[in-house]
Design a protein around this ligand. Structure first.
Ligand SMILES: Nc1ncnc2c1ncn2[C@@H]1O[C@H](COP(=O)(O)OP(=O)(O)OP(=O)(O)O)[C@@H](O)[C@H]1O
Length: 445
């Protein structure tokens, strides 16, 4: 029996190693983000402010530990039983047996995917031979295409890159499948099926039509997201991560929460994608509080305590979520290399401004200057501050984040309804808190 705090050291031999490709996408293993850690260390007054604030707030944010019965979260796993029980490694050579009842005309419908009754020929048909015109994007795993099934269902077909790192890509593929097979939530991208055939590895997931959150914040897609949409997105993501942490068979740590992994629907609701790095957390029922593992994630989003200790808990996702909240407020990327050194690390910059009582200077200039927006920004940054607490014990859990965001959205809606005047200067200077009983202004040196 493992003692509390004893780490579970897992076999990381299958983990993706650092490659020029992964580095160029800012996805790091270990050392490259140590640098940003030391940057964060130097002169980081925000950390100490965060620590102080988080310390005081800890009581307010101590979650009901065993509240797994929140009515919002429903478990619906039955659809995925087949997926789960299927063997990922089956059928590279025994294709005939595996795909015995594949449709002769190479057509394909959604239930075929779930039942594993499909072949590469059908995938070629659905993607028109992986037509470049259907290419949706490229990531660490490979290239993503839009596909159309015979019943009209649109799907995203993720085709693993074939290269020297095949072995590692294969492990990433399996990680993604095993994780996806467990989850079923409105705010998580659904997995429809997967296929391993010869050197092809194909994952077919729900098609989410409206690009990534990052594309929207960069204004290369759609209209500017207003504050109401940003709050909805934050809440959707909080629900998705809460589900992963609390309502799956085994808790799942996403490990790569970031704006480019948040896909948007036509109505700008969020679905969290890309479980390639996901790691099953320590079993809820065991005494173990963390898993020890090679550091993975994306620069700018990585939990400093995880970087130092290699110990992964759900609170690492909470930290990344804090970075995401700052992105939603500021519109900036977590690391902005072209800015002055004070502004390069967006979270540090925004938290410093917030604790100085100058949250207004961090607001995305594309957002309208209204009192409702200004008030929401104050409260979102306040939540970000505790999510970004250097020590995980001082961070709220995701369920608590969702609750706080509900309350921020409620206040925002009420204020918006009566919001006809632009922001008053005194409002922008105010740094008072509505989270918990305590006023942040009184805690900041
Ligand atoms: N389910 C989907 N529906 C629609 N488009 C998608 C879907 N999944 C991915 N995409 C598109 O394909 C691109 C690449 O996705 P992918 O998940 O492979 O990598 P990524 O998340 O961008 O990068 P990384 O591998 O570094 O996390 C995305 O940026 C998005 O534009």
């Amino acid at each position: 029996m493992m003692k509390k705090n004893e780490s579970v050291t897992e076999d990381c031999s299958h983990d993706r190693t650092m490659t020029p490709a992964t580095l160029s996408r800012s996805t790091v293993n270990n050392s490259s983000d140590i640098c940003s850690l030391s940057q964060r260390r130097s002169g980081n007054t925000v950390k100490y402010a965060a620590k102080a604030v988080a310390g005081v707030f800890i009581d307010c944010f101590t979650p009901p530990e065993d509240d797994h019965d929140h009515p919002y979260y429903q478990r619906k796993r039955s659809d995925f039983q087949q997926l789960k029980s299927s063997s990922v490694s089956s059928g590279t050579s025994d294709s005939e047996k595996k795909h015995g009842s594949v449709r002769s005309d190479n057509s394909i419908i959604a239930s075929d995917l779930r039942n594993g009754k499909f072949t590469m020929a059908q995938i070629y048909k659905a993607t028109r031979n992986f037509s470049p015109s259907l290419r949706l994007g490229q990531g660490g795993f490979g290239t993503v295409y839009r596909g159309t099934l015979n019943d009209g269902t649109l799907v995203a077909v993720k085709r693993a890159r074939k290269n020297d790192y095949g072995k590692h890509m294969g492990s990433e593929f399996r990680t993604e499948i095993q994780t996806l097979a467990q989850v079923d939530h409105l705010n998580l991208v659904k997995c429809y099926g997967y296929l391993e055939e010869k050197d092809e590895r194909i994952l077919i997931v729900e098609y989410v039509p409206n690009g990534t959150l990052r594309e929207h914040l960069d204004c290369i897609r759609g209209e500017v997201l207003d504050m109401a949409a940003r709050l909805n997105i934050a809440i959707d993501v909080a629900h998705a991560i809460t589900y992963l942490h609390m309502y799956t068979d085994n808790p799942i740590i996403h490990r790569d929460i970031k704006s480019s992994n948040i896909l948007l629907t036509d109505r700008c609701r969020a679905k969290v994608a890309d479980f390639g790095f996901a790691r099953l957390a320590a079993d809820r029922d065991s005494d173990c509080t963390h898993v020890s593992t090679q550091v993975k994630g994306t620069a700018g989003y990585l939990d400093p305590e995880y970087l130092q200790t290699y110990q992964l808990t759900e609170k690492s996702d909470v930290y990344s979520f804090g970075v995401l909240l700052v992105e939603l407020v500021t519109g900036r990327r977590p690391i902005e290399n072209k800015r002055s050194s004070k502004e390069r690390l967006t979270s540090r910059w925004a938290m410093t401004k917030f604790t100085e009582g100058n949250a207004k200077s961090t607001i995305d200039p594309r957002l309208e200057a209204t009192t409702a927006n200004a008030a929401a920004v104050e409260k979102i940054l306040e939540l970000a501050l505790i999510c970004l607490a250097p020590q995980r014990k001082n961070r709220p859990n995701m369920q608590r984040c969702a609750e706080i965001l509900w309350s921020i959205r409620k206040d925002f809606r009420e204020l918006s309804a009566s919001d006809t005047c632009p922001i008053s200067p005194s409002m922008l200077r105010s740094n008072s808190s509505s989270i918990g009983e305590t006023t942040v202004a009184t805690l900041v040196p």
